[in-house]
Design a protein around this ligand. Structure first.
Ligand SMILES: [Zn+2]
Length: 279
């Protein structure tokens, strides 16, 4: 039987005591998530790679200060977010967009199972690309909230901790971002009924549904929303496509190409060697 995997906490304690192997396991374990966060936050691949390396080096530098009052992953995203902000500031906070929708298709196998038939594979790639483009089109504040909550799977309270905003602000940004991303995905996800003209009774059902998913609306509002959805194919279909969009967000893979892992590891080794006492 294999020894059980060490928990983050165990690895952190060992790494804080100078165990380089434990540090390596810890960083490798979390590198994929940082890479995913970085690549959704800055769609320029070079910038995203820099974010991974900057984040990992900052973790190594400040691990001694990590007290464990928060989850290691929350701390990690806080550092990664700061690394992203520095990149944004350098580019005058201009949103970076993908240069072309076709860029990166050759090696873009994200979301695609090799066993999937070619048609479905093409469709999955198209959905994945559309989702990335939709996320890249959000303003940076909305983008970070949606990525942390719906792609990285943090709770709204954890997103608030990472971004330094209050939970209420996080949630209202989240709902707006979801509505925007769903609309951007609509041409690929929506059927005929979702495109029907809204009636006055439709109100802001997608936003409301998003609030419902966060457990924010009370019984009365929930019942009236449900009654409306039962009677309105348009709103039902739009909420379905929000659900699908969120499923796609949650399925975004957290992988780092092997040569990128090697590059980051080498940078960390170099840093640790430079810190080691001479002799
Ligand atoms: Zn409706």
């Amino acid at each position: 039987m294999q020894a059980p995997e060490k928990t983050d906490r165990e690895l952190i304690t060992a790494a804080q005591a100078g165990d380089r192997a434990a540090l390596d396991v810890l960083l490798t374990r979390h590198m994929g998530r940082v890479a995913r966060f970085g690549s959704r936050m800055c769609s320029n691949p070079d910038t995203a790679q820099d974010v991974v390396q900057d984040t990992m080096l900052a973790v190594v530098r400040h691990l001694g200060d990590f007290k464990g009052d928060s989850q290691f992953s929350t701390w990690l995203y806080t550092i990664a977010r700061r690394a992203c902000l520095r990149k944004f500031r350098k580019s005058k906070f201009a949103p970076e967009r993908e240069e072309s929708l076709d860029a990166g298709t050759a090696h873009d196998t994200t979301l695609v199972d090799r066993a999937t038939p070619p048609d479905e594979r093409a469709e999955a790639r198209e959905l994945d690309r559309a989702l990335r483009t939709a996320i890249a089109g959000l303003d940076p504040q909305s983008r970070e909230v949606l990525v942390l909550r719906d792609v990285e799977g943090l709770s709204a309270a954890e997103v608030a901790e990472v971004t330094g905003a209050n939970v209420g602000a996080v949630k209202s940004r989240l709902h707006r971002a979801r509505v925007t991303v769903r609309s951007a995905m609509a041409p690929l996800l929506d059927g005929e009924s979702a495109r029907a003209q809204a009636t006055p009774a439709c109100r802001d059902v997608v936003n409301l549904f998003s609030q419902h998913l966060e457990g924010e609306i009370d019984g009365e509002v929930c019942r009236s929303m449900q009654a409306h959805m039962d009677a309105c194919p348009r709103c039902r279909a739009q909420c379905d496509s929000l659900r699908q969009t969120l499923r796609l967000c949650a399925m975004q893979p957290a992988e780092v190409p092997p040569d990128e892992v090697t590059r980051v590891r080498r940078a960390i080794q170099g840093f640790l060697d430079s810190q080691a006492p001479a002799g």
